[in-house]
Design a protein around this ligand. Structure first.
Ligand SMILES: *Cc1c(COP(=O)(O)O)cnc(C)c1O
Length: 386
């Protein structure tokens, strides 16, 4: 039996004669949670009560989703947040203090980098941006006060991969916490803890929820740092609405099936784009031409539906508009991982030398539409540029 089949099969097993046994578990909403007697309340006051004490104490819907994610990832503690960025921010705050230094890879999610520059900086936490394809060479950036490394592999715009086990081996020796944003691969195609990562982050907003109608994120922590993260989470009194947890949990059931289709269509379209004369690089880790393809082959068990390409020529905004606005199936919008195909296009700027600096990166989130239809849409759109 597949690991995910086993984990998801037992989410909703409690049966009670007074309730209907729907396939999906009920959604628990609430601020106040009632105690049965005064004795229980006294225990709660002493932090000795084992039940749920309040809405911010993680109601059952939240706990069910967290537990499913924790098991899928093989971690010790999972907590859900109101967005992926909130998950990143909380993980960074949990493991840093004034006077510390952190390393952040250059292709990490932009708003996360901005949080380091603008917010952590205020608390005297210093940040160094390191190359997007860093590996064992990370050693040269480590300072005596370096406490955390934030990775994202592959990065979700330029798709460079980091050599995760090489980095975590060095970090472990120096007691540096490694945090990996693994949103692209989902918990199904990458097992961060097996590669020595301490903290795994997912933007649930993407493939896990799958319908572009949820904002949520998770942080999963290994045995070594689980307790520390759990205590920090409790201090923050974070609450994630039950509706979001319910939808995230529901999304998990179709994740593997959806992902297979995203993967297949994206590979087909990426391979086709390689044959288009005006296309320069196709940035997809599962293509043999990808510079870190060997790392993807070694560490990942699949690829998802998000990749990008560049052009041989530099087109004006007017020319790009003719291509992009002519598309019928690819819509313009941020985020990704849903059933509808999306496109973003922008020049990227990097803090470290990058093969894509100053180039227009066209990023495609391949949805669940018919793959031939998607290819034809791109084909007629790209014809506007020739
Ligand atoms: C979208 C995204 C996030 C942020 O998730 P939100 O839920 O939109 O806040 C974080 N990391 C990566 C890689 C993302 O693509």
């Amino acid at each position: 039996m597949k690991q995910e089949t086993k984990i998801l099969g037992k989410i909703w097993t409690k049966r009670d004669k007074s309730t209907a046994t729907t396939i999906n578990p009920p959604t628990y909403r609430g601020s106040t949670v009632l105690f049965d007697n005064y004795q229980q309340m006294v225990k709660a006051g002493r932090h000795e009560y084992e039940g749920i004490t309040y809405g911010t104490d993680r109601l059952p819907t939240q706990r069910q989703f967290e537990e499913a994610m924790r098991e899928l990832e093989g971690g010790a503690v999972t907590r859900v947040f109101q967005s992926g960025i909130a998950a990143i921010q909380t993980a960074l705050l949990a493991f840093t203090k004034s006077g510390d230094h952190i390393l952040v890879c250059d292709n990490a999610y932009g708003p996360g980098q901005r949080f380091c520059r603008k917010v952590l900086k205020k608390f005297n936490i210093d940040c160094t941006i390191i190359p997007a394809n860093v590996g064992a060479d990370i050693e040269q950036y480590i300072q005596p006060n370096t406490v955390l490394i934030l990775l994202e592999s592959p990065g979700s715009i330029t798709f460079e991969l980091q050599d995760i086990p090489a980095i975590t081996a060095i970090a472990r020796q120096k007691n540096i916490v490694t945090v990996l944003d693994a949103t692209w691969a989902t918990p199904l195609y990458l097992k961060p803890f097996e590669l020595g990562v301490d903290v795994s982050i997912h933007s649930v907003t993407k493939y896990i929820s799958g319908y572009s109608d949820v904002l949520a994120g998770t942080v999963t922590v290994n045995e070594r740092y689980g307790q520390a993260f759990d205590s920090f989470y409790k201090q923050m009194e974070i609450y994630t609405p039950a509706e979001e947890c319910y939808l995230a949990l529901r999304g998990l059931h179709s994740l593997a099936t959806r992902l297979r289709q995203h993967e297949q269509s994206a590979l087909t379209i990426a391979q086709w784009l390689q044959t288009v004369s005006i296309v320069d690089n196709v940035l997809h880790p599962a293509l043999p031409c990808h510079p870190e393809h060997h790392l993807w082959q070694r560490d990942f068990t699949g690829s998802s539906g998000l990749f990008a390409f560049t052009f041989k020529k530099d087109y004006t905004d007017t020319q790009l508009a003719a291509f992009i606005d002519s598309l019928e199936l690819f819509h313009l919008g941020y985020s990704w991982g849903g059933y509808k195909s999306l496109l973003t296009a922008a020049k990227i700027m990097r803090a470290t030398p990058s093969r894509y600096a100053g180039k227009t990166i066209v990023r495609l989130s391949i949805g669940l539409e018919d793959c031939d239809d998607l290819t034809h849409d791109l084909e007629s759109g790209l014809a506007m540029l020739t």
